[in-house]
Design a protein around this ligand. Structure first.
Ligand code: SF4
Length: 374
């Protein structure tokens, strides 16, 4: 079944490394909610027969909205689409936004998974990343959330300048010690258009060399696997049964509908991107027109490259699924890389499929661009 992504474009303050689309003026939240509901209504007229089993509120910072507003969006979704009774419904949240009551209200609104932007459990690192919370806020938020939610993710960012393995160990141990069901661990990236990138250009900060990033990656994987988390995507780890259903749809190349500024949708090989700019998003919807900035019909070649990339970065290539999607046998089509990657222990295979090993995950992007990206 497909999933639904809702982009909530508000943040209290900019973090120096972030290039997601967000605005810091919360005054237009009313206008945004009206437009979002219009978008959902118009889209539902075109997707009448579709049923969904995941909703993901991402951003931005969805937790800046009160539970009553999340509740009203969910009610509107229920009115316009069929959501299965056991849908996974995730809310991305920042630790500084919470009191115990707010968690209860979100749970009552229907949220059943919380994904915290923790990033680190060390105050010095949070300061470097210009986050608005402290390590103590993060500990308290996760503990309080655990009363209402059995499914909690924490995002951790590592490979900060001058960071050591001991620092990374501290944050991962803290997250695992809180018994969260899911941990997403990403290396710090220096995206153009961010204040952090400007600092890099001015030589105020230094990016870690690739060899050190590789060492950190190996440590993170080992640490989380030995703490009982399955490594099910290059940057994602979960206790058994807590893999993120919504994100699996992206990685399995399934359909999803995205609402909100900058949201993407995918349906049967056609990708639609919404306006990123909120004024363009408003003006389109206030005229009763879907805010689609770009519609891309993927070529068979693009589809195949994307499918292989997403599959190899996560659960691997299953031969039957592959030949149902593309009329080819993966082993014959990619015979040479298949043999080389197996021989060098970057991959393993069985009767059902072909999967990257931990050694392969560590260099997944290089493998994909060398052998599979056309
Ligand atoms: S809170 Fe999240 S979305 Fe907002 S600026 Fe920071 S990293 Fe970006």
């Amino acid at each position: 079944m497909p999933g639904i992504y809702i982009h909530i474009p508000f943040c209290r303050k900019r973090c120096n490394y972030c290039d997601f689309y967000f605005i810091t003026n919360l005054k237009s939240a009313g206008r945004f909610l009206a437009c979002l509901k219009t978008e959902i209504t118009i889209s539902s007229e075109q997707e009448k027969d579709e049923s969904y089993d995941s909703v993901f509120f991402g951003g931005g910072t969805p937790s800046v909205l009160p539970a009553s507003e999340i509740d009203s969006i969910l009610n509107h979704l229920h009115k316009n689409f069929t959501l299965s009774a056991d849908s996974e419904i995730t809310l991305e949240a920042n630790p500084e936004d919470f009191s115990a009551v707010k968690f209860r209200d979100y749970a009552e609104a229907g949220i059943n998974r919380i994904s915290f932007g923790v990033q680190s459990f060390l105050d010095s690192e949070l300061k470097f990343l210009t986050r608005q919370h402290t390590a103590e806020d993060a500990m308290n938020a996760v503990r309080n959330a655990s009363v209402y939610f059995g499914n909690i993710n924490t995002d951790i960012i590592y490979s900060l300048p001058s960071q050591t393995i001991k620092d990374i160990d501290f944050s991962l141990s803290a997250a695992a010690g809180l018994n969260v069901s899911h941990i997403s661990a990403y290396t710090l990236t220096f995206e153009e258009r961010t204040p952090l990138y400007k600092s890099l250009q001015k030589n105020l900060v230094k990016k870690n060399p690739e060899s050190l990033e590789g060492e950190f990656y190996g440590f993170v994987s080992e640490k989380l696997i030995s703490s009982g988390y399955g490594h099910y995507e290059v940057s994602n780890f979960a206790r058994k049964g807590f893999e993120c259903r919504h994100n699996l749809k992206y990685w399995k190349y399934e359909n999803y509908a995205g609402f909100g500024p900058s949201a993407h949708s995918m349906k049967n090989g056609i990708r639609r991107n919404n306006f990123r700019n909120i004024q363009d998003y408003y003006s389109s919807l206030e005229k009763g027109i879907l805010p689609v900035e770009e519609k891309i019909i993927l070529t068979p070649k693009q589809k195949k490259s994307e499918y292989i990339m997403l599959a190899l970065r996560s659960s691997g290539i299953y031969y039957n699924d592959y030949s149902k999607t593309f009329p080819e046998d993966f082993r014959e089509e990619f015979g040479k890389p298949f043999e080389v990657l197996l021989k060098e222990n970057f991959a393993e295979s069985n009767e059902e499929g072909f999967f990257l090993t931990e050694k392969g995950y560590a260099v997944a992007d290089e493998i994909i661009s060398k052998y599979f990206w056309t």
